[in-house]
Design a protein around this ligand. Structure first.
Ligand SMILES: Cc1cc2nc3c(=O)[nH]c(=O)nc-3n(C[C@H](O)[C@H](O)[C@H](O)COP(=O)(O)OP(=O)(O)OC[C@H]3O[C@@H](n4cnc5c(N)ncnc54)[C@H](O)[C@@H]3O)c2cc1C
Length: 488
């Protein structure tokens, strides 16, 4: 089959029967028609359609080695630096379409599956004591997703009940999603995981290893990796309230297109068939699921590509705002614009370094240099917090002196034309630009975006610890020691 059209994606979504709880309602059919999901589902449909558009097709696709069909380029196992560049071109094509506001375009999870499918030597370490060939399972699943162009999300961490104990210790081990039965034909999972973004509009749910496992007998039921369809029996999604307020594209330019729902995932005796299990037991391998397989590297390559598009967008927006009201000559405004330029250029430089210093893994996969990507993923969550601050600082009361589209189309137009004009824009043009500034800096949508960039890839505090512990600082320490004893 290969790449799907947007309509094929929407038809499958509407035919699925998930259990989605939102605002007191259970939605179990026609998800793509529900007001909380319809717009973002349409946006995702557009991404699928872009794969068929001659303008984007070369960047977004490659030829499947098994069927000869066109499939998404984020499934390409990179063997050369050119392959990495092809992957980046595909990722940035989608990222530029959403200006980085969609965090869960299919390429994010596809990148993880692609690396896992190629990590044969790593999966071989699990041996065959469980009777399951995990490597064969992940390869078959990757091919299934690639050939059917499936959209996946993932859920990783246990509920936030008591973070001073491990997931397995919460509520006497009765809370976090765990294996409650091992059968000949699969496992049964019960409990919950904290969050899955886009869960209601995805095809598949990846339930991959959680926060660090201790390898104790109590942690055994939590050592697993598997995938299930979004509407697997017993799975319930508890959504937050939508951050899209139902207004027009003019009034909510970002939320009306890119509001990706987040949901708690409840597993109520969910059966996972044997062939969908990619790890069972082996806590030490579960702990290395991302770092040792290359999944972390390809996922971060996707993340950094997306965040570059987002940084560029904020530089463009801040520049448009500054020019529109004639503040672009002031020094403190230029200082902030310079900060945004640096953010764009540092992101691009780290990306380029990661590709220039890419190396082949044991399995012959061309992986981008981890230390460059690791620096980027530790740096970006903090600098991204500056984006809305800068937009608020530039816009000031312009974010409040802001009638809506209905007012622009009413008798109030004359006042809007006269009193809301800007140095370079008519009144209606200025309203449109500042509506975008509003949605990017003070709307509830923008608040979630800031939270997302800070946390979605893990807690920055613990990521910093992982960076320090994994970075080889010995050569620079040795230089300092050598300098202390130098006698010239
Ligand atoms: C918008 C959004 C979307 C997300 N989407 C997904 C998704 O699709 N799938 C998914 O699996 N996850 C998702 N996440 C979750 C993300 O992985 C977590 O937010 C992140 O790992 C941090 O975990 P937490 O939110 O439970 O915070 P907590 O771990 O509860 O941390 C809360 C605070 O306590 C501190 N803290 C807690 N424990 C420790 C500790 N041991 N050491 C030091 N400090 C500690 C943290 O620094 C933080 O300040 C999403 C998060 C957000 C905000």
């Amino acid at each position: 089959m290969g790449i799907r059209t947007g309509q094929q994606y929407l038809d499958k979504l509407n035919a699925m029967r998930p259990h989605v709880v939102i605002d007191g309602e259970v939605v179990s059919e026609n998800i793509a028609e529900h007001p909380a999901f319809a717009n973002v589902a349409r946006t995702y449909a557009k991404l699928f359609d872009m794969q068929h558009d001659p303008k984007y097709q070369d960047a977004l696709t490659f030829t499947s080695p098994s069927t000869g069909d066109k499939v998404n380029a984020s499934f390409l196992i990179p063997r050369t630096q050119e392959d990495l560049a092809h992957r980046r071109a595909a990722i940035s094509t989608w990222a530029e379409y959403s200006n980085g506001f969609l965090g869960r375009t299919g390429d994010y999870m596809n990148s993880s599956l692609t690396a896992l499918a190629a990590a044969e030597k790593w999966f071989a370490k699990a041996g065959d004591d469980s009777g399951i060939d995990f490597g064969a399972n992940i390869r078959a699943y990757y091919e299934h997703c690639r050939e059917n162009d499936l959209l996946a999300t993932h859920t990783l961490i246990p509920p936030q009940v008591n973070r001073s104990v491990s997931g397995s210790e919460q509520l006497g081990g009765q809370l976090a999603a765990r294996i409650i039965e091992e059968r000949e034909d699969g496992i049964v999972i019960h409990g919950a995981r904290m969050l899955a973004t886009i869960a209601p509009i995805a095809d598949e749910l990846l339930v991959f290893p959680s926060t660090v496992l201790r390898g104790t007998p109590e942690d055994a039921p939590y050592s697993y990796a598997f995938a299930i369809p979004n509407d697997a029996e017993g799975v319930r999604y508890l959504c937050r309230t939508s951050l899209y307020n139902g207004k027009s594209v003019h009034d909510e330019p970002l939320a009306s297109r890119f509001e990706e729902m987040d949901a708690v995932v409840v597993f109520d005796n969910v059966f996972v068939p044997k062939e969908r299990i990619f790890m069972l037991g082996h806590p030490e391998l579960c702990n290395g699921f991302y770092s040792e397989t290359g999944a972390g590297a390809l996922m971060t390559h996707q993340v950094v590509t997306r965040t570059i598009a987002k940084s560029e967008f904020f530089l463009g927006l801040a520049s448009e705002l500054a020019a529109s009201i004639g503040i672009d000559g002031f020094q403190h405004i230029q200082e902030d614009l310079a900060e945004l330029i640096q953010t764009v250029e540092i992101g691009k430089a780290l990306m380029r370094a990661s590709e220039a210093d890419a190396a082949l893994s044991e399995d012959g996969v061309m992986l981008p240099k981890w230390s460059s990507l690791n620096a980027a993923r530790n740096w970006y969550p903090k600098v991204a917090q500056r984006f809305p601050q800068i937009i608020r600082k530039f816009s000031a009361s312009g974010l409040m002196a802001l009638p809506g589209e209905a007012d622009v189309n009413s008798d109030a137009l004359a006042d809007i034309e006269l009193y809301l004009q800007a140095k370079t824009l008519t009144g209606p043009e200025r309203v449109r630009l500042f509506k975008l500034a509003y949605d990017a800096s003070i709307s509830s949508f923008s608040g979630r975006q800031a939270l997302y960039e800070y946390f979605f890839f893990g807690d920055p505090v613990r990521m910093a610890g992982a960076l320090v512990n994994s970075y080889d600082r010995e050569p620079v320490r040795e230089r300092v020691r050598e300098f202390l004893t130098r006698e010239d």
